[in-house]
Design a protein around this ligand. Sequence first.
Ligand code: LLP
Length: 373
Amino acid sequence: MTTPYYQYDLHLLQRTLDELLDCISAHPGWHVHYAIKANANPLILEPVRKSGLGIDCVSGFEIEAALKAGFNPSGIVFAGVGKADWEIDMALRNDIFCFNVESEAELEVIQERALIQGKTARIAFRVNPDVDAHTHSNITTGLAGNKFGINLDLLEDIVARSMEMKGISPEGLHFHIGSQILDMNPFAELCSRINGIQQKLKNTGFTARHINVGGGLGVDYGNPEDNPIPDFRSYFDTFSRHLALQPGQELHFELGRSIVAQCGQLITRVLYVKKNPGRQFAITDAGMTDLIRPALYGAYHRIVNRDSSGQPQKYDVVGPVCESSDIFGKDRMLNEVRRGDTLAIMSAGAYGETMASRYNLRRLPGSTSLEAD
Ligand code: LLP
């Protein structure tokens, strides 16, 4: 297959899904919606759908992709701080499970669109819990200064107002504190924040049917070979121990990265080895347009030379794009690299292919399964 391309290990994906299902089966009334923004490749969506997970979407086109892949609309949650009217309309037409509403202004538009269709929109309030996830600042979402969610001080008024609105059925509370979180303490903190909010909301007479705690569980980018499957058990245990669910209340999760990150690798060919005094570059045919995480977040991805058993040497692995941030890794020890070798950039299954762009008018990366490659 022409490089660069994403190669997905569907066997590992299945093992990951099996572990997830095994952990969650201990908790009746708990549901996982796969965050399709992490990876919307049909190769990935099929096993995810077969495993019975719902879907978390943030755009009309994600809803379209989910429906096309055969997901049931009754398992679709629709989040996003800026839903366009056409996106709200299509979600209503398809009777999705729930809108995660981020502001009073959005609530009014959803009401208006629902009344036009003669429907009632099930909604959850996306609350900004003001919890620090201690992750990269670009992927922190639950702090009061972020654009996401309804400010805690405004929540009671909005909830009270929604209860009087026709076309709106307030049903849940939604939270998301950030991504790539490996320390369980921020999740525990989120739980105690939710417990407080539930107490406070009692004044309004609103009891949520469901609580949605978003996603965010991280993966081991440093050592994917030894830790291919994330620690779902500790993650779910944290909620089980710290969250005081009301009787009959269901709990929803929106996990993306933890399900798909480790099953994907970006395969790229070395075009040139450039030797400067004191530094050598392995110049690959993949660039930041294929995998933007290192350039955008300074993210670490392990890189291995699949074709060489030569003496390890130090390389800067860089792409061909005309941007100095187009670097996959600096000072990486790789088995001696020659022109034509293929490198695997590991743990690239989440936020890799979906974030690819055509900058420099480059081709989008292809994809295949490890089994077919
Ligand atoms: N729910 C909401 C409301 C979200 O905003 C996100 C991710 C998720 C669920 C899924 O989170 P996960 O389980 O995957 O952590 N492009 C960045 C990550 C951005 C995450 C955006 N929101 C990256 O490559 O690290």
